[in-house]
Design a binder for this molecule. Structure first.
Ligand code: 0O2
Length: 211
């Protein structure tokens, strides 16, 4: 039984903080060389205790098996502008040596039944503690801004309806997922123009001393 949640969650909190810095560092490095960053922004969270308990119950995970069986207690999200950026980020993550990849789930090319799209990478990340090294699991979700918009809205509605959507809402969410997909496709087609405009804008800001 997990009695001391603070103690249990401490390495997860540390991992989320460290990984946010590291992943944001990737963006900073691209900015330094004035190249389009495949990472737009990064967020991270430790799963709230109530959600851990909920998920454990739903998936029949005994509380003394959380470390091994719940992969997203530490969760990071990487948002990208374009669908192709997702592949670039995945490649960058695969070549790192500060964690190992345990599993990849591609819901970008194989969307979930709900309409959810995102690329998930489960990693084993070593956290340095005063008791030595502790390896924890963390999940990195990589998605476009459009995929994120849809997932955020769907997640809130899911919470409201406890996953049992009325038919009309379900149909609307499906249509919204298709619209998000088309938005990504359209943006990919004019990607070059967008990037040129963004580069010109950054140069202008820098010249004004606002960069
Ligand atoms: P939260 O609140 O985001 O932490 P399962 O939980 O059974 O769907 P599994 O095996 O745990 O699946 O792993 P999966 O599907 O790779 O990742 C689960 C996480 O992906 C979810 O975490 C969500 O963050 C996200 N996700 C998966 N499917 C959907 C979906 O249909 N809609 C939205 N909005 N997000 C989804 P949690 O634990 O559900 O919640």
């Amino acid at each position: 039984m997990v009695k001391h949640w603070d103690l249990f969650l401490a390495p997860y909190k540390q991992a989320v903080e460290e990984l946010k810095v590291k992943l944001r560092g990737i963006r900073a490095q691209f900015e330094m060389i004035e190249t389009h960053s495949p990472i737009e922004f990064v967020t991270g969270r430790v799963k709230p205790i109530a959600s851990i308990l909920d998920k454990a119950q739903k998936k029949n995970i005994p509380l003394d098996r959380l470390e091994e069986e719940m992969q997203d207690i530490a969760g990071l999200r990487i948002m990208c502008q374009f669908v192709d950026d997702i592949k670039t980020v995945v490649k960058l993550l695969r070549q790192r040596n500060d964690f190992t990849i345990v599993e990849e789930r591609d819901y970008v090319t194989q969307k979930k039944e709900s309409g959810y799209r995102s690329y998930h990478i489960v990693i084993r990340y070593p956290v340095q503690t005063i008791h030595g090294e502790k390896n924890i699991l963390a999940e990195i979700q990589i998605r476009t801004l459009a995929m994120n918009f849809w997932a955020t809205i769907e997640h809130s509605l899911n919470y409201k309806y406890s996953g049992r959507f009325p038919e009309d809402i379900k149909a609307r969410l499906q249509r919204a997922a298709e619209a998000a997909y088309r938005l990504d496709e359209e943006m990919s087609k004019i990607r070059f123009e967008i990037q040129e405009a963004q580069a010109a804008f950054s140069r202008k800001q820098e010249a004004k001393g606002e960069g």
